[in-house]
Design a protein around this ligand. Structure first.
Ligand code: SF4
Length: 377
């Protein structure tokens, strides 16, 4: 078997299971769009790859804060404060939300350097429901962390040494380079037990144990075989935890999975170097629409997403002053679709190249031109 030239990870594997096209766009094709000389659809893919959903961002931020808090606790013994952590987390999310709302142009130029939320890009904002949900999740997860068994029974009461926290690491499973990022690895000095903790902000899932088995294999690979290892998932939202000792059956299953999955990835990678004009045609798109609904790349794959922006754009343009609803986001999307080769009337192209809000007169004349076009749309 040809070795895959990338790497294997559980999240990469899960994305492949979700949709081949998403996997290819996210891990390979989108990178080509980093440069302005590339075709517009690749540049769009590069931007979409960097969309961040509010809940994913929340997960990243809480992991960052947990790492800092655990380090401070180990170094100073300072008691954790729910209020301080909640405040910090809310501020970080608020800031990202504001950036996302106000820095569309910046994101457009350099999507890696600034944040754009999926909810703002596709839905225009956070609904009341999402805002409520995220507030509840902040409260529950912070409380779950502060009162977790790992903090209170292991770190505060035990005699532990933190070995590694949140470091990107890799090791080899039967010749395949596997990358992972375990949240916390400690060594219980009194009982000579190694512990790995994964802080979970979401619900319990079937493959949680698989991930822990991977961490366990990494420890044995790095620190030696036959270690006494305890792996734990801390489910922050409901304040529960589950610990396991991984056995041979689970590691054998994992080895098989890595082999099969890496083999499939290597087969697909054979097509990754096809020219820009051909590469999008060779990967399968999932037929499960629910997956597409939540996918960053839906502006590339789904016709109705393109239509949504076109309709918003045209309807907004046709409205009277004071009720204009053309959003900058829709104009940006329209520009991208047009540049990607979507056929539209020339007047739309002219309109897109100008600012719609310069003066009342210019707006009116643009509306007139657009109205003509809209009759035939
Ligand atoms: S929108 Fe659907 S088909 Fe396209 S990459 Fe995403 S999941 Fe796959």
């Amino acid at each position: 078997m040809r070795k895959n030239y990338g790497f294997w990870s559980l999240s990469k594997h899960k994305m492949l299971m979700e949709c081949e096209m998403k996997w290819a766009l996210n891990y390979y094709i989108a990178k080509r769009g980093e440069f302005e000389s590339k075709p517009p659809f690749l540049q769009l893919a590069w931007r979409l790859k960097h969309l961040n959903s509010l809940f994913l961002l929340f997960g990243d931020f809480i992991h960052q804060i947990i790492e800092e808090e655990v380090n401070t606790l180990m170094e100073t013994g300072e008691v954790l404060s729910d209020t301080k952590i909640r405040g910090k987390l809310s501020d970080m999310l608020e800031q990202s939300f504001r950036k996302s709302k106000n820095d569309l142009d910046l994101w457009h130029k350099d999507p890696k350097a600034t944040t754009m939320l999926y909810e703002i890009y596709y839905d225009g904002g956070l609904g009341d429901n999402t805002t409520q949900l995220i507030k509840q999740r902040i409260d529950k997860c912070v409380s779950g962390f502060v009162h977790s068994a790992t903090i209170n029974e292991i770190i505060v009461k035990g005699n532990v040494k933190i070995m590694e926290a949140e470091k990107f690491r890799s090791f080899y499973v039967d010749g395949v380079r596997v990358v992972l990022s375990a949240d916390l690895i400690y060594h219980d000095q009194d009982n000579d037990v190694w512990g790995i903790v994964d802080w979970k902000t979401g619900k319990q899932a079937q493959d949680d144990v698989l991930q822990l088995a991977l961490y366990s294999m990494y420890l044995e690979y790095t620190y030696g075989a036959n270690l006494d290892i305890m792996v734990t998932n801390e489910y922050l939202e409901n304040g529960t935890s589950k610990s396991y000792v991984i056995d041979k059956y689970e590691t054998d299953n994992l080895r098989n999975l890595v082999q099969q999955s890496a083999k499939r990835m290597a087969e697909l990678e054979e097509n990754i170097n096809l020219p820009d004009t051909e590469v999008m045609g060779v990967f399968h798109k999932t037929e499960n629409k629910e997956r597409c609904d939540k996918c960053n790349f839906k502006a590339i794959c789904l016709e109705e997403q393109k239509d949504m922006h076109i309709n918003n754009f045209l309807q907004g343009v046709g409205r009277k002053k004071g009720k204009r609803a053309v959003k900058e986001r829709d104009i940006v999307m329209m520009r991208e679709f047009v540049r990607s080769g979507m056929p539209v009337d020339e007047r739309v192209i002219d309109f897109l190249e100008e600012s719609p809000y310069e003066t009342e007169d210019s707006h009116r004349s643009k509306v007139e031109r657009m109205s003509e076009f809209m009759i035939g749309y």
